[in-house]
Design a binder for this molecule. Structure first.
Ligand SMILES: [Zn+2]
Ligand SMILES: [Zn+2]
Length: 106
């Protein structure tokens, strides 16, 4: 089988199957993953932008502790514990972090 240089421009590494060297193959996978992550973030940003003016009124309750999220308090858009692709609504940043890893007990 003929050896060819890696498809990544400027990379001199010879590869057997005419694709990319292991380093650049991994890099490509990482970039693909980041692109998917960006789509996910866009949805998150859109929902967060919808919630932001409501939370700023200081009348919205945290989806976890049911306490008011004050206008000046840091908050996160919480995920559904059972379906990580769904968002539930705003919650205190502290509640969001405290819940991490404890989802199975709920
Ligand atoms: Zn390469
Ligand atoms: Zn809370």
């Amino acid at each position: 089988m003929a050896m060819k240089v890696c498809l990544e421009p400027g990379c001199p590494t010879l590869v057997r199957d005419g694709s990319r060297c292991p380093t650049h193959e991994r890099e490509r996978d990482r970039q693909r993953g980041r692109r998917q992550a960006r789509g996910y973030d866009a949805e998150h940003d859109r929902l967060r932008a919808e919630w932001a003016p409501k939370v700023a009124t200081g009348t919205i309750r945290c989806t976890r502790c049911r306490g008011i999220i004050r206008a000046d308090e840091p908050w996160d858009l919480g995920h559904d514990d059972h379906d990580r692709t769904k968002y539930r609504g705003p919650e205190h940043a502290t509640c969001n972090r405290a819940a991490g890893g404890r989802a199975a007990h709920r």
